[in-house]
Ligand binder design. Structure first.
Ligand SMILES: *Cc1c(COP(=O)(O)O)cnc(C)c1O
Length: 487
């Protein structure tokens, strides 16, 4: 059974479509005549059961964290409790409009206001904006504020320093803001090379962008000294908070000397993501940067909350309305449910799970930067590559075991990198199943490499040409049996 609902049209009378009846005269009168339909839409007529089967079947062609283990490093694919979806769906949240009068939306504004203070407390910052739509958008927001800050001090600073292990969005955001990017080397232990950093810190540096723990999953132990050196050179320090799941309730970027942080609510704070789901990238700042926060600002006046729009130093508006409210509500519920101790326990279990997997896998795979890791670690398929099988092949073969692939080829400094982030929500049994799958694939590389090279064998589509798919996407559906049938 496959095809579009339109192809599966039947004469089944028990249509899934509700009978909407004829529109009312007064509704029709509101619409211009030339946009009115002359005849009814040709929608397929199917029974409810046919429709349920159709969408269930489609959903099974995709992979999601509700199906099985999803150890996609740096993406924090933790289980997102369904209770949070239910909270976000309640009428008083889901039926309000951003243009509603402030007086009528005080409850929602209170949630946003409290969320700003929760995030400030968790990260050690002085204030937050909830406006940015995702991590990369938060980086843009932070760098625009950093630029505005230096301009307010009549300083022309043109450079952003970024470690070579950084996520690609860091240099992209810096370039988007017109900065020149200078790369900082990683030392033999997988940390920022402090000597290299110091040699590049001068009066032209606007900011240093760092991820801590870094993308190798290692905590930057020299962070206090690094932040001090950057500040002495007049630069600000930006925290890419995508890895905040490792630090929740344990330590805070604000206490490490960071001036600006972004968080990814869709990673750390239990908002469903992947497959392009909506994100949220709140940005926190220390008090010197508060005047530059995006507009409008949510302020508390007496017992009420309102939007302040008269903000002469603000970088302006970054997004329509006030942020991704549906995501923020979920994260707010998550923080409230876990509390400080619960958040800390989440981070500790994430770290424990990652270290357990690293210990179990390090005989089969090289782990170039060994030592205690935080919430994720990076191993290498360099040994397997010598036998003709690469990280991408192993990643694809994992799909046949019903497990999502880890992040591969990132960070760029590790050959055949496989970046594994189990998160705190996985059981030991699931982690053991993952280890068994990888060990089985490692044996296949010896005994039947073609099986790995040709993988995946069980997914709706096997290997796609990823470059062509990105450059010349062919999204047209053709009915079953004809060339190019995708579904
Ligand atoms: C995911 C991620 C980002 C970008 O965040 P988006 O929400 O995907 O825009 C930036 N840095 C790191 C380290 C990340 O893992």
């Amino acid at each position: 059974m496959s095809g579009l609902l339109f192809e599966r049209h039947s004469l089944n009378e028990a249509s899934w479509l509700p009978d909407l009846g004829e529109p009312e005269e007064k509704t029709l009168a509101l619409l211009p005549k030339d946009v009115l339909r002359q005849k009814g839409p040709e929608l397929p007529s199917l029974s409810e059961l046919d429709v349920v089967r159709h969408f269930t079947r489609l959903s099974q062609k995709n992979f999601c964290v509700d199906v099985n283990f999803y150890p996609l490093g740096s993406c924090t694919m933790k289980y997102n409790p369904k209770a949070l979806d239910a909270i976000a769906a309640i009428d008083s949240f889901s039926l309000i409009h951003p243009y509603q009068e402030e007086e009528d939306a005080q409850g929602a504004l209170k949630v946003l206001y409290e969320m700003q203070s929760f995030l400030s407390e968790i990260t050690g910052m002085d204030d937050f904006t909830l406006e940015p739509a995702a991590g990369a958008h938060g980086e843009l927001c932070g760098l625009l504020m950093i630029g505005a800050y230096h301009r307010s001090k009549k300083q022309k600073r043109t450079k952003v320093l970024i470690p070579d292990s950084a996520h690609g969005t860091n240099p992209a955001s810096a370039a988007l803001c017109g900065y020149e990017v200078a790369q900082i080397r990683t030392d033999a232990k997988g940390h920022v090379d402090v000597a290299d950093l110091k040699s590049k810190l001068d009066g032209s540096v606007a900011c240093l962008m760092m991820t801590n723990p870094n993308t190798l999953g290692l905590f930057e132990e020299e962070i206090l000294g690094i932040a001090r050196s950057a500040h002495e050179a007049g630069a600000l320090v930006y925290y890419d908070g995508a890895n905040m799941n490792a630090l929740l309730g344990i330590c805070r970027p604000g206490d490490m000397g960071f001036d600006v942080v972004h968080l990814n609510l869709h990673k750390t704070f239990a908002v469903p993501h992947g497959s392009g789901g909506p994100g949220s990238g709140p940005v926190g700042v220390k008090k010197e940067l508060v005047p530059f926060l995006p507009s409008p600002r949510l302020v508390k006046k007496g017992d009420g909350y309102r939007w302040e729009k008269n903000l002469p130093c603000s970088i302006g508006k970054l997004r329509a309305y006030y942020g991704n409210f549906g995501a923020i509500i979920r994260s707010y519920g998550y923080i409230k449910a876990l509390g400080g101790e619960g958040l800390r326990a989440a981070a500790e279990h994430a770290i424990l799970n990652a270290n357990y997997l690293k210990a179990r896998l390090k005989d089969s795979f090289e782990v170039p930067y060994d030592g205690l890791c935080m919430h994720e670690f990076v191993m290498s398929a360099a040994r397997q590559k010598k036998k003709g099988v690469r990280a991408i092949d192993i990643a694809k073969r994992l799909l046949d075991f019903g497990i999502h692939a880890p992040t591969v080829y990132f960070p760029l400094i590790v050959e055949e990198a496989m970046m594994i982030e189990p998160t705190e929500t996985e059981s030991k049994e699931t982690l053991d199943e993952f280890v068994r799958a990888l060990e089985a694939i490692d044996r296949e590389i010896e005994e039947d490499p073609e099986k790995v090279l040709g993988a995946p064998h069980t997914t709706p589509v096997s290997r796609i040409d990823e470059v062509t798919a990105a450059r010349q996407p062919n999204l047209r559906y053709r009915p079953e049996g004809k060339a190019g049938a995708g579904l």
